[in-house]
Design a protein around this ligand. Sequence first.
Ligand code: ZN
Length: 52
Amino acid sequence: MSDAVTRSCPVCETDRDFYATARTTVHLGEKWKFRCPECSYTFVRIDSIETA
Ligand SMILES: [Zn+2]
């Protein structure tokens, strides 16, 4: 998985290039934390499955 991902940001209301700020290995797989460079909105993804 790349350390950057393009997706829509609910705060900016447009597509942003989110970048990974942290990557840890958990029992479910690899846990990634991505952050919007514009507004600092973050989301977490575990093995490509996005969590709330
Ligand atoms: Zn944003």
